[in-house]
Design a binder for this molecule. Structure first.
Ligand code: C2O
Ligand code: CU
Ligand code: CU
Length: 501
C-alpha cells in the first residue's frame, strides 16, 4: 500500500516538474533575434527579368515552368526547393500598361498548382485562383490586357488547400508594371542597380538543411522560420552605387509579419504601396508589411557607409500570444546596404508622385461587413459552390473588414485595388495605407473600412477570391468568393466544378 502511494507521489512529482519545465520553456523562451548575428557574406541575388517575345498579334508572351530543384540556402549543402524556370523562386515579369500579355505556365510538379497574379486587375478566368487548376504535365495560358498604374505586383500559386506549402517551397516571383504616363525619370529605375526587388521570406530548416514545414511551436499562423532570405539569398548584402536606392519590398512569407526599419533608425522615403506610387513621398522610420503586402521605399546613402535593413517587432505589437507565438516579438537582420566610396548622384525626389483619384463613398452601390475570426469569414469557411458576394460590374462598394479576435489576420482581395477610408477604432490611417492597396493587416480586434471599384470584367460563372493572406489560414478556409455580374445579372457557378487539390 505504502509502496503504491510512494510511486504515485513520485509520478506526480515528476509530471509536475516536467510540466513546469515545458511551460517555463514555452513562456520564457526568448523571441528570435538575429540582429548582429548575420554575416552578410553573400551578394543579394536579383531575380532575372523574364524573357518575353511578341506574338503575331503583338501580345507579349512569357513562359513559366513550375518545377522542383535544389538551391544553396546557406545550410552547407543543397536544399530541395521549388521554382519557376529555375531551382528557386521565379523571374521578374515586366510589362507596360496597355500591353496584352500571355503567360504559358507549364506544371512540371507532381501535383496540381495554379498561378495567381496578386494585385492584377484581370478577368476572373485568368486570375489563377483555386478554380483554375493546372494539372501535372499540362500548360495553362492566361492572357489579359495590363491596365492599371505602375506597380510592384507578384505571382504565386493558389491551389485548393496547398497554397502555403507551394509558396513556402519557393514558388513566387514579382510582376512589375510600367505606366508610360508615369514620370519615372525622377525616380531610381535601373532594375537591379538602383531599383531593386527585395522579396523577403523566413524559412525554418531541419537538421539536414531541408525546409521544415513544422515551424515554431505554438504558432497559430503556420510556418515561422528563424532564417530570413531575400530573393532566396541568406545573409545578403547589396552594393549601392547611387545616392538613392529604391527597394521594392515584398513580404513573400507565408505567415510572418515584418516591420522594416534601418539599423541606425534613420528615416527613409516611402513612395509606393501594393497598387502603385503614392500621391506624394512620405518620410517614415518603419514600414510594417503583412504577408503579401508591398512597399516601395527610397534609402539615401552616404559614400562608403553600411546600413542594415532590419525587421523589428511587429507593429501594432498585438497581445502576449502574438508576441510570443506568432513571431510578433522577433527581430531580424535582413539586408546590408553597402555604399560605394563614390556614389552617382540620384535626382531629387519629386514632391508630387502621381494623381490618385479618390473613390467617393457616397456613390457606393453596396456596403458589406466581413469579420475574420478563427478560420472563418462571417462565421463561414470557403465553399467553392457558394458565392459570398455578388457585385455589379462598374460599381463601387464599401467593405468594412475586421479582425474579430486576437490572432493576426489580413484582408486581401483579387481583381481590384482598394483605398482605405478609415480605421474602425478611429486611429489615423498611416501613409502606407494612403494609396492603392490589395492587402491590409487586420490588427487584433480592429479593421478598416475600404472602398473599391469593380470595373471592366463580369463573369457570372467564375468567382474571384478574398481571403486572409496568412496562407495557412487561407488553406484552412478563411476565404470567400465574389462574382462580378452585369447589372441585374445572377451568378451561375458551374454545377460540377472541379476545383482540383
Ligand atoms: Cu496573393 Cu489570393 O492571393
Ligand atoms: Cu491575390
Ligand atoms: Cu488569418
Amino acid at each position: 500500500m505504502r509502496k503504491f502511494l510512494f510511486r504515485g507521489l513520485l509520478v506526480l512529482v515528476v509530471l509536475t516538474v516536467v510540466g513546469a519545465g515545458v511551460g517555463a520553456w514555452v513562456l520564457l523562451r526568448p523571441p528570435i533575434d538575429t540582429v548582429g548575428d548575420v554575416a552578410f557574406d553573400r551578394a543579394l541575388a536579383v531575380p532575372p527579368l523574364a524573357e518575353s517575345r511578341l506574338d503575331q498579334d503583338g501580345r507579349r508572351v512569357f513562359d513559366l515552368r513550375a518545377r522542383a530543384g535544389q538551391a544553396d540556402l546557406g545550410q552547407g549543402g543543397a536544399t530541395e526547393t521549388w521554382g519557376y524556370n529555375g531551382d528557386h523562386l521565379g523571374p521578374t515579369l515586366r510589362a507596360k500598361r496597355g500591353e496584352q500579355v500571355v503567360v504559358n505556365i507549364t506544371n512540371e510538379l507532381g501535383e496540381d498548382t495554379t498561378v495567381h497574379w496578386h494585385g492584377m486587375h484581370l478577368p476572373a478566368k485568368m486570375d489563377g485562383g483555386p478554380h483554375q487548376p493546372i494539372r501535372p504535365g499540362t500548360t495553362f495560358a492566361p492572357h489579359w490586357k495590363v491596365d492599371q498604374p505602375a506597380a510592384t505586383l507578384w505571382y504565386h500559386p493558389h491551389p485548393h488547400e496547398r497554397t502555403e506549402k507551394q509558396v513556402y517551397r519557393g514558388l513566387a516571383g514579382m510582376f512589375l508594371i510600367d505606366d508610360p504616363a508615369t514620370d519615372v525619370a525622377s525616380l531610381p529605375h535601373e532594375y537591379g542597380v538602383d531599383d531593386v526587388p527585395v522579396m523577403v521570406q523566413d524559412k525554418a530548416f531541419d537538421d539536414d538543411g531541408q525546409l521544415s514545414e513544422n515551424g515554431r511551436f505554438g504558432s497559430e499562423i503556420g510556418i515561422l522560420g528563424d532564417s530570413v532570405l531575400v530573393n532566396g539569398t541568406p545573409g545578403p548584402y547589396l552594393d549601392v552605387t547611387t545616392s538613392l536606392v529604391r527597394l521594392r519590398l515584398l513580404n513573400a512569407a507565408t505567415a510572418r509579419f515584418f516591420n522594416f526599419q534601418l539599423s541606425d533608425g534613420r528615416p527613409f522615403t516611402l513612395i509606393g504601396s501594393d497598387g502603385g506610387l503614392l500621391d506624394r513621398p512620405h518620410q517614415v522610420q518603419r514600414v510594417p508589411l503583412s504577408p503579401g503586402e508591398r512597399a516601395e521605399v527610397l534609402v539615401a546613402m552616404r559614400p562608403g557607409e553600411r546600413v542594415v535593413l532590419r525587421s523589428g517587432p511587429q507593429a501594432p505589437d498585438g497581445d502576449f500570444a502574438t508576441r510570443r507565438f506568432q513571431g510578433g516579438g522577433d527581430k531580424f537582420d535582413v539586408l546590408e546596404l553597402r555604399a560605394a566610396a563614390t556614389l552617382k548622384p540620384s535626382p531629387a525626389v519629386p514632391a508630387k508622385l502621381v494623381d490618385i483619384p479618390r473613390l467617393n463613398p457616397s456613390t457606393a452601390a453596396d456596403a458589406r461587413e466581413m469579420t475574420f475570426s478563427t478560420r472563418d469569414i462571417n462565421g463561414r469557411k470557403m465553399d467553392h459552390r457558394r458565392v459570398d458576394a455578388v457585385v455589379t460590374k462598374d460599381t463601387t462598394e464599401v467593405w468594412t473588414v475586421v479582425n474579430g479576435h486576437g490572432t493576426p489576420h489580413s484582408f486581401h482581395i483579387h481583381d481590384v485595388q482598394f483605398q482605405v477610408l478609415r480605421r474602425t477604432d478611429g486611429q489615423p490611417v498611416p501613409p502606407l495605407l494612403s494609396g492603392w492597396k490589395d492587402t491590409v493587416h487586420l490588427p487584433a480586434h480592429e479593421g478598416y473600412t475600404v472602398i473599391m471599384r469593380f470595373s471592366g470584367f463580369a463573369d457570372p460563372a467564375t468567382p474571384y477570391m478574398f481571403h486572409c493572406h496568412v496562407l495557412r489560414h487561407e488553406d484552412e478556409g478563411m476565404m470567400g468568393q465574389f462574382v462580378v455580374v452585369e447589372p441585374g445579372g445572377q451568378p451561375q457557378l458551374a454545377a460540377h466544378h472541379d476545383h482540383g487539390g
